[in-house]
Design a protein around this ligand. Structure first.
Ligand code: 5GP
Ligand code: ZN
Length: 136
C-alpha cells in the first residue's frame, strides 16, 4: 500500500514529530494553515472514520486534546481548531485517518467558509435527528 502517513510512521519519509506513543504519531503538517498546524494520526492504517478502530480513534483524540491544550498555553495562541476531513467531499486528501490540530491567532484569516446557517424549525431538526439515529 502506498500511504505517505504509513511511510512517516515507518520513518521511511521525513516528518517533524511532536509526539509518539504506541498507538499515535503527531507531526507538523507540511503545508500548515497556521504556524504550528499539526496532524495526529493512528499508527495503524485506516482510510477514514468507517474503518478506524475505536481504540485508535480515542487515542488520536486524547493526544489531540493534550496537544491542543498545551498549545493554548503558548503566549501567541488565542485558540485551537480540531478538524477531521472524511471523504473527498469533506476535503480529505490523504486517506489515512488524521485529526488536524490548528493553532489560532486573532486575525490569522483561517476559517471554514460556507453559506450562512439558517435556523430550521424544531420539527425539521427532529426529522433530521431521527434520520441520523436510523443510521447508527
Ligand atoms: P486532509 O485534506 O486529507 O484532511 O489533510 C491532509 C494534510 O496532510 C494536508 O494538510 C497536507 O498538507 C498534509 N500532508 C500531505 N502530505 C504530507 C506529508 O508528506 N507530510 C506531512 N507532514 N504532511 C502532509
Ligand atoms: Zn496509512
Amino acid at each position: 500500500m502506498n500511504c505517505i502517513f504509513c511511510a512517516i510512521v515507518a520513518r521511511e519519509a521525513d516528518a517533524s514529530v511532536v509526539h509518539e506513543d504506541e498507538a499515535v504519531l503527531a507531526f507538523l503538517d507540511i503545508r500548515p494553515f497556521t504556524p504550528g498546524h499539526l496532524l495526529v494520526i493512528p499508527k495503524r492504517h485506516a482510510a477514514g472514520l468507517g474503518t478506524l478502530d475505536p481504540e485508535d480513534a480515542g487515542a488520536m483524540f486524547r493526544v489531540a486534546c493534550t496537544i491542543g491544550a498545551a498549545l493554548r498555553t503558548a503566549p501567541d495562541v488565542d485558540g485551537v481548531n480540531l478538524l477531521q476531513a472524511d471523504g473527498v467531499a469533506a476535503g480529505q486528501e490523504v486517506f489515512h485517518a488524521h485529526l488536524h490540530v490548528i493553532p489560532r491567532r486573532e486575525g490569522d484569516g483561517f476559517g471554514l467558509r460556507g453559506p450562512l446557517p439558517s435556523m430550521p424549525p424544531r420539527a425539521a431538526l427532529d426529522r433530521t435527528a431521527a434520520g441520523i439515529r436510523a443510521l447508527l
